[in-house]
Ligand binder design. Sequence first.
Ligand code: ZN
Ligand code: ZN
Ligand code: FE
Length: 756
Amino acid sequence: MLKRHLIQIDGIVQGVGFRPFVFRLAKSLKLTGSVLNSNKGVTIEVEGLQDNLTHFQNRLRQEMPPLAQITDFNSNEIPLKNDERFIIMQSEYKGDSSVLISPDMSLCEDCMREMLVPGNRRFHYPFLNCTNCGPRFTIISDTPYDRVNTSMIEFQMCEECDKEYHDPADRRFHAQPNACPKCGPQYQLFDREKRQVNTNDPVKHTKMLLRTGRIVALRGLGGYHLVVDAKNTAAIEELRERKRRAEKPFALMAANADIVEKHCQVSHRERLALQQQTRPIVLLQARYSSKLPKAIAPKSKYYGFMLPYLPLHHLLMLDEFEVLVMTSANYSDEPIVTSNQQAFDYLAPLADYFLIHNREILQRCDDSIIAVSAGHQRILRRSRGYVPAPIILNNKIKAPILAVGAELKNTVALSNGNKVVLSQHIGDLDNPEAIQFFKNSITHMQKLLNIKPHYIACDMHPEYLSRKWAYEQPLMPKIEVQHHHAHLASVMAENDNTRKTIGIILDGTGYGTDKTIWGGEVLIGDMKDVSRYAWFEPVPMPGGEAAIRDPWRMAISYLQHAFGSAMQKLTLPVLQKTKPNELNLLLQVLEKEVNSPKTSSCGRLFDAIASILDIRHSITYEAQAAIELEMSVRNNLQRTLAYPINYNLNHGALNFVPLIREIVNDKVQNVPVDNIAARFHVSLAEMLIAIAIRARKDTGIAQVGLSGGVYQNFTFFQYLVERLRGEGFKVLTHSKVPPNDGGLSLGQIAVANARL
Ligand code: ZN
Ligand code: ZN
Ligand code: FE
């Protein structure tokens, strides 16, 4: 018996080869009907035998193209039409479009093979792509996703490309960035004086430059990179010098996963993480046997490795390099450079040569960063390859909400129905470039989702520029969300869990409801409301913001807190290294309580311990002291004993004096720093576990949510997760959005929605 189904599919279904796939599938099952792109996604009508229709629906989901993602699937029976065949129909765009766009994806195997075949018309062509790979988000200015709305509009397809583009049987059917050497974008090589280098193979010439130790600025997908040969110590040191980046690790690109394995320990899961088509930077434990120069990642036990994602990357590595340093082209935390003009203006002091191309980068997008910990991929920076794929929720958000994120590691987010789309990593909103980027992202997100927000969710911090921007928007109701509540809601939202939760929220800085700076919080509640169950006992931050840059100030603050005036008699390196006049000044500041805001920040506790242990007294990049404290842990934490402190805690302010005293005692007695660091990690975790157990007794809630920047410390995170599970808790953790402030915008939307 014949039947006809009308199927409506929403999600990332355009520009990813969905229609040809449907076409082939329908034909193979002897179904008639049609498929077309519309403003609501893809609309399919299929007619045939009931069994075949069932197969069709099942295989549709199982075998769909790699870049496709279905967010909504609706099927209804309709009257028969008795078509003769199955056809791809002209696209229909009426009114608003809600179609999602795919993130940029790395070169696929098919294109890779083609690129390496001599005689192929795309042999060694750095801009080849197909419906299964290539640029998407970074080349789009507007919806719908058609060539006219991308930076490919500058390039008129040649006859051959045009034929592929219009042939449903071709894997480049409606591949919007389709191009070849005859009609598409090209690379050119320039020196820093903006003189074009006379060469007929700019890529090959660049390889020669890199081999001789030159620093090359390379225009890629979402911005410029600075590239040097990773085996050339002098070149790496020169790059550090020019970039004024003393110690922060550089990202690396390796030709393949086997080469990564020469330098790092790579588990099966980590190998998959490296090879996935999103091609993030993966943080991996370095091998002691690796011969890569120390200057790449001084004091870190991790390397951040990614595999080639652009055709250009493959061509650069081919027969030449195993590993390249590939760091974002910017100064400190400013947004990465995207335009050629900007590159010549800003990067001339940094780079010797410029390998540029003529396809505009319309959306800036950094490399994403992930790590595998406690069995899952943990995303630390969510950008290229992930944006603008949505986070899908079970329930619809009541109205479109724009969330503007935090101040550091900013992202913004916009909701539409059951989808929340987070922007790419925008970064720290402390420079005009970043603010412009922030505003552009908000405008662009609205275009992409074709939606105007009805509400704005923002942080409560009166000094956050994101919040100030929110209040400059007239007529739009604001919903203020406390920073750590947003963190908790963020981890709950990405796990699609709305039940009451004990949130152990640990980060550097967040504005509290009592107008002090929070950051070590045990919150209990749900998306709508939380109460503060326990917190780190507040200590002064002498010098305010300066205490973030100078962990020694936090060390003195904690020492003063724990020992009073007896502190000065301790034989600790931090006291010996601090100039007497500076120390006295700081003590006066503490005593008179001037410019010493109190904080319950967990990040500042890590800073203080790092300085007390003589690991780091001043930092050159964010969280450096805490990171180096983690790096100094060599012991297996599962076999490390917590300090013998009574962790049978009452709730309220958690007192760290006994812990500080134990640590100082050990340090004074020259206990190895790695032992003390390990015991600190375990003790802090045990203290929080004791509090969680107590909270469970008080409330009956057995679910814990972990969020906040401190959970980028995987040594700590993994121990805490395993122990909490061992104690019978259900533990909610991040894997879809970052635990740091990069995931905050999702939480802001969740809280705002719960309050509507
Ligand atoms: Zn491809
Ligand atoms: Zn062409
Ligand atoms: Fe935070």
